[in-house]
Design a protein. Structure first.
Length: 290
């Protein structure tokens, strides 16, 4: 059963949730689902359930599908908004349940410049797409991490998921074929905006609008121009800004984390250690020894 909603009930146990991750317009949960029949009502958002772990025999009935199959690790069911159904699992299983609001998906699809008949998410059962799986496992890692990345990273993953769900990712390939780079003036404007707003919540939509590009196309051009994905570039700039403030020794570590856009002090420490190999305390100590 791969279409459980983010909310647990008597037959679904919420093992992990993105509730406190600061994600907007989408979310995810890792669910423990018991064997038996599960009736899933129509929802106002799109749902994707990715099977995690050992194979399970499952049967699905919706207004458009009737299918009995063995769900393997990574198999996904895609259930668009407004579609209900019934799933029967012969044994307990674990599901990575992802939900995407119609507004988030619609905004992404509008920017892909597709014919109306193609610009929609269609129901799919037992979808096996290695690229989509890669995105799903990256989102799962964010759920399970003690210190998750910037919400900008999860937003980037979800945007890529929407692109993959449309016509099997044909639009993604088209974007790859159009690769070039951002104009120098546009690059300078984007970089300046990021530097001026490191303490704020940055979104792909805001940055793409500044470049007058669609979000999917902006992601490709940004990486080609600066050599890093948007979220990684922002994280590295936040780490460098935090390091500079720590070296000044005028603010507390918690204040510096806040002023550089990190969720909290341990989040900043995690990325400093990962990118610099140093903790905030070690950086402050080095200042005293200089």
């Amino acid at each position: 059963m791969n279409t459980a909603t983010p909310q647990p009930n008597s037959s679904r146990v919420n093992l992990r949730s993105s509730k406190d991750h600061g994600w907007t317009g989408f979310g995810a949960a890792l669910l423990g689902v018991s064997a038996g029949v599960h009736r899933i009502p129509a929802m106002p958002h799109h749902r994707v359930g990715v099977h995690v772990g050992p194979p399970v025999v499952a049967r699905c009935v919706t207004s458009e599908y009737r299918l009995s199959r063995v769900q393997a690790h990574g198999d996904a069911d895609v259930i668009p908004a407004g579609l209900e159904g019934q799933w029967t699992d012969e044994s307990d299983c674990t599901i990575l349940s992802i939900w995407i609001s119609e507004q988030f998906a619609g905004r992404t699809l509008e920017q892909l410049d597709l014919r109306p008949s193609r610009a929609q998410i269609r129901p799919q059962l037992q979808m096996r797409d290695p690229r989509f799986q890669h995105l799903a496992w990256a989102l799962r890692a964010e759920l399970e991490a003690d210190d998750c990345s910037d919400p900008l990273y999860a937003e980037s993953l979800c945007t890529a998921m929407v692109v993959r769900l449309v016509d099997g990712g044909v639009t993604s390939a088209a974007l790859e074929n159009k690769r070039r780079t951002l104009a120098p003036k546009t690059t300078a404007r984007i970089v300046e905006f990021i530097e001026d707003n490191l303490d704020q919540r940055l979104t792909l939509g805001d940055l793409a609008a500044l470049a007058q590009l669609s979000v999917p196309h902006f992601k490709v051009l940004f990486r080609e121009t600066l050599g890093l994905p948007v979220h990684r570039y922002v994280i590295e700039r936040r780490v460098e800004r935090a390091k500079a403030l720590l070296m000044q020794g005028k603010l507390s570590t918690s204040q510096i984390a806040f002023d550089t856009g990190f969720a909290h002090q341990s989040h900043m420490a995690h990325w400093m250690n990962r990118l610099l190999g140093l903790t905030p305390r070690e950086i402050a100590k080095a200042r005293g020894e200089a």
